[in-house]
Design a protein around this ligand. Structure first.
Ligand SMILES: [Zn+2]
Length: 434
């Protein structure tokens, strides 16, 4: 069984963070080594290129962009330099990492680090300089929550995408990240998913055969919300293990920085669907631990790429808080959040809190805001501090609620997306049946 949740790794030791930032001034803005470090690079391109090389690469926009070679593999042809390279575009998000052919690379721009093994002073592990730099860079870029060891494990495990595209319902979708499918699926670039039971297959004909006998037209589990063409299903990972596992495999293709647990039993899955006469088509989902000591009300959240930028992510977040309100608890998402996840949450918290502040007359405390919204006090404080709405006056923190400033922040936070109509939610909180 495989399920995904965020890592709860301890924060990086101060020593490591300090060292990482001390390391940064040695690199220039584009990440290459400065000229006085010329002894560590060679200007002539020797083929095949070494892992760790930096070179310019022609991207899908037709322009050259700096990349770093993450991995290489032999391709089976009669050519002499028959390798292809898995590259990271240093200017872009990691989700755009991809395999490229040699002819896309401008070999006059190659810079190769000499990979002598260096010792990481924090962990005592020997690693190549480019591995160490990668870890240090990643820390500087804002992944301080992950400790060095789990980050290294993560980088090693997830660096190369194994599945390039999937077919799901009427969509063919390019994937973003590695996902730990069973080894027998690692040699196929494309996977075919049944959009209802989420079973996946290597060949189109297998899927067509499956669709003739698969009797599901919606996710398993209980429909707990229906409003127009939108439905939400609650799936218990213990009762529907295979579905939960398939959903996790699928989701990981689009989620970074997830630690894998091998037990979907502990989770509930909330799958949002657009419904028509052909069935209920999955748009996105979030997962939630059945019991959380840390008051997590959401573990993983994903809107599938074809449905992004339509307000569904905001809907899923709002939905998770409506469940918390029904439970009479405050909730918070598990950390770390993905980049897209954090953006969505910041927007949600800003809209909800500032709407209340705008309408409210007189003083209001963080506790009162938390009781009204089910948003955890820490998240409220962080949101208001981030917007510089907390001031320290006469020995105490006060919320500054100038209507003009609130309006400006509300405008910047964007619109709220699809509304959750609570009257359409038919749900009782999860209780263990013994
Ligand atoms: Zn099926």
């Amino acid at each position: 069984m495989v399920s995904m949740a965020h890592s709860t790794a301890p924060a990086a030791a101060n020593g490591h963070t300090a060292k990482a930032s001390a390391f940064t001034p040695g690199t220039t803005a584009n990440g290459t080594l400065p000229e006085n470090d010329a002894s560590r690079k060679r200007k002539t391109a020797i083929l095949p290129l070494e892992v760790g090389s930096r070179v310019n690469c022609r991207w899908r926009d037709g322009k050259q962009h700096p990349v770093k070679v993450i991995e290489r593999r032999k391709i089976f042809s009669d050519g002499t330099n028959d390798y292809e390279y898995y590259v990271h575009y240093t200017e872009f998000n990691r989700r755009l990492d991809e395999w490229v052919k040699l002819e896309q690379l401008d070999l006059s721009t190659v810079e190769t680090d000499v990979d002598e093994k260096v010792e990481d002073k924090v962990t005592g592990l020997k690693m190549t300089r480019h591995q160490k730099r990668k870890i240090d860079e990643t820390h500087v870029e804002g992944h301080e929550e992950l400790d060095a060891a789990s980050l290294r494990e993560h980088e090693e495990f997830t660096k190369v995408k194994n599945i390039a595209t999937i077919e799901l319902g009427r969509y063919e979708i390019e994937t973003w990240y590695f996902s730990p499918f069973p080894p027998e699926y690692n040699d196929c670039g494309k996977l075919f998913f049944c959009e209802f039971c989420l079973n996946f297959m290597k060949r189109k004909e297998q899927l067509q055969r499956h669709m003739r006998k698969c009797d599901l037209k919606h996710p398993p589990g209980d429909e707990i919300y229906r409003n127009g063409t939108l439905s939400m299903f609650e799936i218990d990972g213990k009762k529907n293990k295979v579905y939960g596992q398939n959903l996790c495999y699928l989701a990981k293709l689009f989620l970074d920085h997830k630690t894998l647990y091998y037990d979907v039993d502990l989770f509930l899955f909330y799958v949002l669907c657009e419904c028509d006469d052909r069935g209920c088509h999955m748009v996105g989902y979030f997962s939630k631990e059945k019991h959380s000591e840390e008051s997590y009300n959401l573990a993983c959240i994903l809107t599938l790429p074809p449905y992004q930028r339509k307000g569904y992510g905001k809907f899923l977040i709002a939905f998770s808080y409506e469940l918390s309100k029904k439970e009479g608890k405050v909730g918070t998402p598990e950390r770390p959040l993905s980049d897209l996840g954090l953006l969505s949450y910041r927007g949600y918290w800003t809209r909800i809190l500032l709407d209340i502040l705008k309408k409210h007359k007189g003083n209001i405390s963080i506790k009162e805001l938390s009781d009204m919204t089910a948003i955890k006090a820490e998240d409220i404080l962080a949101t208001l501090q981030n917007l510089e709405l907390i001031q320290y006056r006469k020995g105490q923190h006060v919320i500054c609620a100038d209507p003009k400033i609130l309006d400006r922040h509300l405008k910047a936070a964007g619109r709220g997306g699809l509304e959750v109509d609570v009257s359409k939610l038919i749900w009782t909180p999860y209780k263990e049946q013994s």
